[in-house]
Ligand binder design. Structure first.
Ligand code: 5RP
Length: 224
């Protein structure tokens, strides 16, 4: 079965966590797309929810499908957030940010009672780091952070869109770094990266995830 179908299988299982009256965090990306589409259908059939979007792209899609999108400030707290991941390990640690929305995604996850991650089987890994870890940086500091991360042996590459620097919804830059061979433990790495002035956020999500749903063939495998 294709990755696309596995994404859909995981997404359709995840939306079972959503009940009327809830405030729901909506993730970003091609897996989250199927979840948002399914919620749009549920709303048409009478589900009443409020939602907070983790990117402009998600907000646009959700609004188009008739989902009531509110701000995080209005929501204050979320009941459940459903989002994708670039990699997930057995300890529910994630690399996120392939789609560039890691900052809002991490904020929304932090403010959510339950975080459900949905992914196709290719995202499930024994060790994080084959996927390059995205780091969001303030443009004023990006070139100096590039040098600092290079000195740490993390081979940073600035993400581009054509011949221009890729910009996040917050108008920041993304540096993709290679953590595969690093001997620094992930929690320490997160602290070290966040301690560099100008680093806004990293795509390491180490403690926020409660449930992982992986589409494997026709089946949704739920891990709690
Ligand atoms: C966006 C993300 C996405 O969840 C991640 O990139 C996975 O995307 P996809 O579902 O398209 O594979 O973190 O910032």
């Amino acid at each position: 079965m294709s990755a696309v179908n596995e994404k859909k299988v995981a997404a359709l299982e995840a939306v079972k966590y959503i009940k009327s009256g809830m405030t729901v965090g909506l993730g970003t990306g091609s897996t989250a797309f199927f979840m948002i589409e399914a919620i749009g259908e549920m709303v048409k059939n009478g589900l009443q929810i409020k939602a907070v979007a983790t990117s402009n792209e998600t907000e646009k899609l959700a609004t188009k499908l008739g989902i009531n999108v509110i701000t995080l400030a209005e929501a204050k707290r979320l009941d459940v957030t459903i989002d994708g991941a670039d990699e997930v390990d057995e300890d529910f640690q994630l690399i996120k940010g392939g789609g560039g929305a890691l900052l809002r995604e991490k904020i929304v996850a932090h403010n959510s009672d339950l975080n459900v991650i949905i992914a196709d089987s290719s995202k499930s890994v024994a060790k994080l780091g084959k996927f390059k870890l995205p780091i969001e940086t303030i443009p004023f500091a990006t070139q100096l952070i590039l040098k600092e991360l290079d000195d740490m042996g993390l081979s940073p590459v600035q993400r581009m869109k054509g011949d221009k620097a890729y910009k996040t919804d917050e108008n920041n830059d993304i540096l993709d770094i290679d953590i595969w061979d690093t001997e620094i433990e992930l929690n320490d790495l997160e602290q070290q990266l966040k301690s560099i002035p100008g680093v806004v956020e990293t795509g390491l999500f180490l403690t926020s995830t409660n449930v992982v749903i992986i589409g494997i063939g026709e089946e949704a495998v739920i891990k709690k």
